[in-house]
Structures are given as C-alpha cells and as structure tokens.
Write a protein of this length. Sequence first.
Length: 112
Amino acid sequence: MCYNASMKGDQIGEFEELLLLGVLAMGETPSVVPIQQYLEHATARRVSLGAVYAGLDRLEHKGLVTSSFGEATPVRGGKRKRVFQATRQGLRTAQTVRRVRDAMWKVIEERR
C-alpha cells in the first residue's frame, strides 16, 4: 500500500513507512545501525543495512527526513555518524498513514 508523501505525488511503501516510524519513535537523531536494530526488533525480521541506507536516502529525497553528520567519536576511529531526523512533512505523512490504516481497520472490525 502506498501513501502520498508530498504534493509532487511521491509515494512511500511499507518499508519506507517502517523506517519513517522508526526514526520518529527513536527520536534524538538516530544513526543507521540503531535504526536497523530497532526495525529488526520491532518487526521480528532481518533488515539489511543496505536496505536501511537506500530507504533513508529515498525518504530524504522525498523531504520526509533530513540527515546530517554528528560529531566524530573515538569509538569509530574519528569517523562521524550520519544521523537522521523526521521533517514536519515526514510527521504529517506518518499521521496520514495512521489515519488511513485506522479507518480501514475500523471498517474491517465493523464487518466482523
């Protein structure tokens, strides 16, 4: 199922929806590995780092998340982590997705 992500007609798919929800749920500008681990835990399925990077790039291109580089850390040998944050448009898109799903579930439950 796809949802309108912007006035340009961009759509998000199920995995992008999960990534967006993961970024929103984690707060504090998470980096890719914690996002991947969060999704694996939340969905009980394996999620590849490559898929996370690609999905976050698509979300950023659509204006639903932004990324920046955090401070260098000794743990990473001085390399900076790329961190992500949902935009206002990303939050609105997630809210729209939720309204659509809730409305559909209401219909399903009323028919049972």
